[in-house]
Design a protein around this ligand. Structure first.
Ligand SMILES: [Zn+2]
Length: 346
């Protein structure tokens, strides 16, 4: 049997999954990002840590490294479509091609690298909320708003790896606070867990709406959602206010990439169908031209989407290489046929 690995690199932990060639997840692990193989100070430490872990796993199971067809890896930062990472602030990575570095450390196993949100979108398409679809947008509502776009089964990278980054689209021209990207009025400021808490604070201050949140010190987005579900007036106004920006933004996105489905994940999505209904209402109000509106569904894979998607990315890459070889072979044959026939079309 041959194998693939999917790796999701986070700021604190790395999740790894080992898959069979047919795509069955066999085993998974979670290790600290700077783990037991963390030896030297340098930008390759994380790659050494991942390589060390994979080689250790293979050795322990007596699996030859030649049996590993590919490793996919998702990193939290923009990735160019050649795998190059100019800057990945969370991990302290700059000017590195993780696929080349890791592949060398793994003795030549092919490595494919992608942005973590894009890779998670692929995971949700493969095994999660977007199963059965080929064009989808994953939006994760966590500390920030993350997103990934898959069109016709392929990750949209864009020219500089920023394709599908909807969190910093400006959606609220009236916002006065500055976003951590330096902009103002970004979706990230309105629809993330942080944004929900911040906006709830403003609404409590600016209105006299009754709310259980008034008596809570340091409430969280979860508290706002729970209160809204229980009919709390200020919490309901907050969620509706925040999600209108998301709905509006998704309508704009659907005019650009026309996905079949939007998959909503991240901590805030624990609010379930209650949240989806609010987003859907605002989305449909703004996606006027679209007769058949895209579906909006919940993500189901949680933190597993990343390493599943990374493994899938490695599998797709392998297929691409095969298709490329088949294509070039085909061209060779055609050319030979043309020359052989002496048709003299040129
Ligand atoms: Zn921003």
């Amino acid at each position: 049997m041959d194998y693939y690995f999917g790796v999701d690199v986070g700021g604190t932990n790395i999740k790894l999954g080992m898959f069979s060639e047919s795509g069955r997840m066999l085993e998974n692990w979670e290790i600290p990002t700077r783990g037991r193989n963390y030896t030297e100070v340098g930008k390759n430490d994380i790659m050494q840590n991942i390589a060390g872990e994979i080689l250790y796993i293979l050795e322990e199971r007596c699996i030859s490294r030649t049996k590993v067809r590919g490793v996919g890896i998702g990193v939290p930062g923009p990735v160019l479509d050649n795998g190059y990472v100019e800057s990945c602030v969370n991990l302290g990575l700059t000017d590195i091609n993780p696929s080349l570095v890791l592949s060398e450390l793994l003795g030549g196993i092919p490595v494919t690298v992608g942005n973590d949100a894009n890779v998670a979108a692929l995971g949700e398409m493969w095994r999660g909320g977007g199963i059965g679809y080929q064009s989808l947008v994953l939006v994760t509502l966590g500390t920030g708003v993350g997103s990934g776009v898959i069109l016709d089964g392929k990750i949209v990278y864009g020219a500089k790896g920023l394709g599908g980054e909807i969190g910093h689209i400006m959606v609220n021209p009236n916002e006065t606070d500055i976003c951590n990207c330096g902009g103002r009025g970004c979706l990230d400021q309105m629809a993330s867990a942080t944004g929900i808490v911040r906006n709830a604070g403003k609404i409590l201050k600016d209105t006299s709406l009754p709310s259980v949140l008034r008596g809570m010190e340091g409430f969280t987005a979860r508290d706002v959602v729970d209160a809204a579900k229980a009919g709390d007036p200020a919490a309901l106004v907050t969620l509706d206010y925040c999600m209108q920006f998301l709905g509006k933004c998704l309508a704009a996105v659907s005019y650009v990439v026309d996905p079949q489905v939007f998959v909503i994940g991240g901590g805030v999505s624990a609010a379930g169908d209650f949240l989806i209904r609010i987003i859907q209402e605002h989305y449909e109000k703004h996606a006027i031209l679209k007769k058949e509106k895209a579906k909006i569904v919940l993500a189901v894979m949680g933190n597993d989407a990343g390493y599943y998607g990374a493994a899938r990315m490695a599998m797709d890459k392998k297929e691409e290489r095969h298709a490329f070889l088949a294509r070039t072979d085909g061209i060779y044959c055609d050319t030979a046929a043309i020359h052989g026939s002496g048709s003299g079309t040129n």
